[in-house]
Design a protein. Structure first.
Lengths: 249, 473, 229
């Protein structure tokens, strides 16, 4: 049974290379993989804003689209967390859907966690840079992702990884939070940018486009030269083009 | 205090611009976070204690009626009296009644969040009773006539200079004296408050825990002010909310191990005291009268439903110390007495969503609070539950509800979604192509006020997939 | 106010209606009877050693006194170093009365007064886990002595160091009359960090805490051996 890639709405719209990198990496790991066309969004915006009815409607669509696959792999801790942690809660009281949600949850994994478990997979790429890594809150706390991306990056030649101070603190994205409570979000992302600059890194990597778009946007506004990539792009050898928010070459 | 929760955003903006506050918050945050981390690292049994602590609280809540009755029996047997108050108004009446009965004119007070909840100080003052806060942080904010900004460190937002100024304004001492150093400030407070301790005829404290088995009240302080308040006056009056009950002495000891470390990184505070009733026949000192006022104020409503877990809170403040939103704006922005994540849950539950719906919104749901909570309270899930209730009751802003609904409608129609996103990707790409990002975006000022928006590549992922299928990779 | 009481209990029982009251009463009785301790932090060393290390880490001074003479000498030294205090205020405890007080050391056996700067009392026990002194209210050890002076000195017998508070609860439960009015666990001097998060000792309680740990057994039937020199 093939593996299904849950592309995420942010990758689809803002950074398709993350989806393409995901497909490439999963093939390199020995999987037959495809990205079901019926997918759109995991429903987090609705769920986190309190619209559970809409979240369930979207969730039903996601479950139907993906439940046939043995594995569902997501290049995002927050979208993976939505399927893995929150769908079972959302559908717990819904007859006929509770077990289907549980079943899908059990088969959903974040991309770096999935790759780190595949014995066949080893990134064979080169990316000469001093990089630092942003753990997304959902990756850390909902999906148990911390060591896996760092371990995967050790096989990228030329990449020196320096740890970000206080990586456990939120970058201030939080979905609609960053526009609803923009002042506070700005402070949080400024603290994050300060921490990034303090590492002396040339590149910021991460596993969640929400965080990366937020931070890249602030880095750019502050005139920083730090470049931003999704870890999938680096592992797949697709970091030779423009970084997130950079002019195309 | 009159809640000012609705003005959260405006208060937050002011707080962000207040450089003195920002310095104070940064200092406090670093201290609390590091100290807790060290204390937890030094205790291998921490996780096991957390599990047991949660078990104890869950058991207590599941049998709260029975334990409250046991507690009352035990207090009465030791010579004390228990009073029950459903609302803040009832609690105030009880306290004022006890003051009248005992002829109390001068009251000293240990730190009590329940005391803040029922706004007891203004009520006492209106009745002609002089009341002085004895916890140094509470004393400082009493002089400054402001509410606490943190449940453990109420004056965390104040600088040394601000405190010295308050002391100069309120203490009739030599104007030439130096109040430069922390030591001089604390020494002055010690001397001034010592007089008040000795003159008090009634002492009001909170309670960190109530022990059903023995009818004891547990008081935790570092200053010793709780004990001077409890032991010196003729009457000791304890204010406590009903969920503070735990069954046994051993249960309290488990929770105390979690409380100190989670709050200030201490295995034990300087003073932890167990008070059981008024003085015994052979006691040379201690209060003649011992009263416990049990406050409900909506907690019974929380037992049945998704918010029961919130009643496990032991008021350690760890969630507050680790919250990036609190760290950015401080406690006063939250508009009432409970700030940070626990405040964002408790305030709407106690004051209602009409008043406090903005607080659950003021979070990225990052989950750091739940991670550090010694009681494992699922704060992000409770915030989501409040958001759900706010959405359903339509107290959240209309515009954001409509936008969320619109997005949901779009994503439920994949064919339409593909079309709209393909157009959007193209458009944004064209607008941002030269720089790779957009500085300005119509209707997008919320984002672009502080950030550039990285420009899409031009084709969405699925448009690219479709193209490759047609023409080959 | 029985209306408020009954309403509260009624609301609670309505919320907790899922389980039968009889069953819940049995659960409560069982839990109270067992009084199960939770996980206890492992102590790295012998309780007495652990106590000393943790007490000192909490900014208490700790001195071992082998004999009554050592004890008196230590007290004289502390009194000599204490500003504006002529006599030593001592708890009216039999064990302290029985000490070999020299004639030239003025001692008052009483409860603390507002101007006393140095007071001596005797601890019921010590808790090794946290380096805490256990002081109980009672005729012989009025609580005021623990909190009012500038410098609080406390005598603790080495064989009264318990490992955990749980050990104390077991002892106190066995006493007729149960817990005394007040059980104080004191860990170091009074302190506050309310001014700019800067730790300062001596907020409202004592600025200094000295623990005099005696090797003599605690039982007050055995008077401390007196070797007048």
């Amino acid at each position: 049974m093939p593996v299904a890639l849950f592309v995420t709405c942010l990758a689809d719209l803002f950074r398709p290379s993350v989806g393409l990198a995901g497909l490439k990496l999963l093939r390199e790991a020995g999987c037959e993989v495809l990205a079901p066309r019926a997918q759109t969004c995991c429903g987090q915006p609705a769920y986190n804003n309190g619209d559970r009815e809409a979240a369930r409607a979207i969730g039903r669509q996601v479950i139907e689209t993906f439940e046939a696959y043995e594995h569902v792999v997501v290049p995002s801790g927050s979208c993976a967390g939505m399927l893995h942690r929150h769908y079972p809660a959302l559908f717990a009281e819904v007859a006929g859907w509770a077990e289907r949600a549980e079943a899908l949850a059990a088969r959903t994994q974040e991309l770096t966690a999935f790759l780190a478990e595949r014995p066949k997979f080893a990134a064979k790429t080169r990316f000469e840079t001093k990089a630092t890594y942003q753990d997304s809150c959902s990756s850390l706390r909902e999906m148990g992702v911390h060591g896996q991306p760092r371990w995967l990056l050790t096989s990228v030649e030329g990449l020196e990884l320096v740890e970000l101070a206080d990586t456990a603190s939120c970058c201030g994205f939080g979905g609609t939070f960053c526009v609803k409570l923009a002042d506070i979000s700005r402070r949080m992302v400024d603290d994050k940018v300060d921490a990034i600059e303090a590492t002396g890194a040339d590149t910021l990597l991460g596993g969640d486009l929400g965080c990366l778009l937020n931070i890249a946007g602030r880095l750019s506004r502050r005139g920083s030269a730090v470049r931003v990539f999704h870890i999938a792009e680096v592992l797949a050898g697709m970091a030779d083009g423009a970084g997130i928010g950079e002019a195309p070459k | 205090m009159m809640p000012r929760v609705r003005s959260f955003k405006a208060s937050a903006a002011r707080a962000l611009a207040d450089t003195q506050l920002q310095t104070a918050l940064a200092r406090a945050r670093g201290g609390f976070v590091d100290k807790r981390a060290k204390a937890v690292a030094a205790l291998p049994e921490f996780e096991a204690l957390r599990r047991r602590g949660r078990e104890i609280k869950d058991h207590s809540l599941a049998h709260l009626d029975l334990y409250l009755e046991r507690f009352e029996q035990a207090v009465t047997a030791s010579g004390g009296e228990v009073h029950w108050a459903a609302t803040p108004a009832e609690a105030r009446d009880i306290v004022l009644g006890i003051c009248r009965e005992t002829g109390a004119r001068r009251v000293t007070k240990g730190k009590s969040m329940v005391g803040e909840e029922i706004a007891i100080n203004p009520a006492l003052e209106a009745a002609g009773v002089e009341v002085v806060e004895t916890d140094l942080g509470e004393y400082i904010i009493q002089l400054g006539q402001e509410p606490p900004s943190h449940i453990i460190a109420p004056a965390v937002h104040k600088t040394r200079g601000q405190i010295a100024e308050l002391f100069r304004d309120h203490h009739p001492l030599d104007p030439q004296r130096s109040l430069e150093s922390v030591a001089s400030i604390v020494d002055e407070a010690r001397a001034v408050l010592r007089e008040r301790f000795l003159a008090a005829d009634l002492g009001i404290t909170g309670a960190n825990f109530l022990i059903a088995e023995t009818g004891s009240v547990v008081l935790v302080t570092n200053e010793g002010n709780g004990d001077l308040t409890a032991c010196l006056p003729r009457t000791h009056l304890v204010l406590a909310s009903i969920e503070k009950i735990v069954p046994t002495l051993e249960d309290a000891s488990v929770l105390l191990r979690l409380l100190g470390r989670s709050a200030t990184g201490q295995a034990a505070t300087a003073y932890t005291s167990w008070y059981t009733g008024p003085k015994r026949p052979d006691d040379p000192d201690g209060p003649e009268y011992f009263h416990v006022v049990l406050l409900d104020n909506g907690r019974t409503n929380l037992l049945d439903g998704p918010f029961r877990d919130m009643l496990r809170c032991i008021r350690c403040g760890a969630c507050i110390n680790h919250c990036p939103v609190y760290g950015a704006v401080g406690g006063h922005a939250y508009g009432w007495i409970y700030p940070g994540p626990m405040g964002a849950v408790l305030t709407p539950l106690l004051l209602g969503l009409d008043e406090a719906a903005v607080l659950p919104e003021a979070s990225t749901l990052c989950g750091r609070c739940e991670e550090v909570c010694p009681m494992g309270i699922p704060l992000p899930d409770l915030l989501r539950e409040l958001r759900f209730r706010g959405f359903t009751a339509r107290v959240t802003p209309r515009r954001s509800r409509l936008l969320v609904r619109a997005w949901a409608s779009l994503v439920r129609r994949p064919w339409l979604y593909r079309l709209v996103t393909a157009i959007a990707a193209r458009l944004l790409h064209l607008l941002g192509r030269s720089r790779g990002s957009l500085r300005r975006l119509p209707l997008g000022a919320g984002w672009t006020a502080a950030r550039d928006l990285p420009a899409p590549a031009g084709r969405t992922f699925f448009a690219e997939q479709a193209r490759r299928e047609k023409t080959g990779p | 106010m029985s209306g408020a009481r009954d309403n509260c209990l009624r609301r609670l029982r309505a919320s907790l209606a899922t389980a039968d009251v009889r069953q819940r009463t049995t659960d409560v009785e069982s839990w109270l009877r067992q009084a199960r301790p939770g996980p206890l932090p492992a102590l790295a060393a012998h309780p007495t050693e652990t106590f000393c290390a943790r007490a000192e880490a909490s900014a208490a001074q700790l001195r071992r006194v082998a004999t009554a003479v050592d004890l008196i000498a230590a007290l004289q030294e502390i009194l000599g170093a204490t500003d504006k205090q002529r006599s030593l205020v001592v708890a009216p405890d039999e064990r302290l009365r029985a000490l070999p007080w020299p004639a030239d050391l003025p001692v008052e056996h009483r409860h603390a007064g507002r101007d006393d700067r140095l007071c001596l009392s005797v601890a019921e026990a010590g808790i090794a886990e946290t380096g805490s002194l256990v002081l109980l209210s009672g005729t012989q050890t009025p609580s005021g002595l623990n909190f009012l002076p500038d410098h609080f000195v406390c005598l603790l017998a080495a064989d009264r160091v318990l490992a955990y508070p749980e050990d104390l609860w077991a002892e106190l439960r066995a006493r007729p009359g149960g817990l005394p009015r007040a059980v104080h666990l004191i860990t170091g001097p009074s302190r506050t960090a309310d001014v700019e998060q800067t730790m300062q000792l001596g907020a409202h309680g004592p600025r200094h805490l000295t623990i005099l740990m005696s090797e003599a057994p605690a039982s007050h039937q055995q008077a401390v051996r007196c070797t007048r020199g």
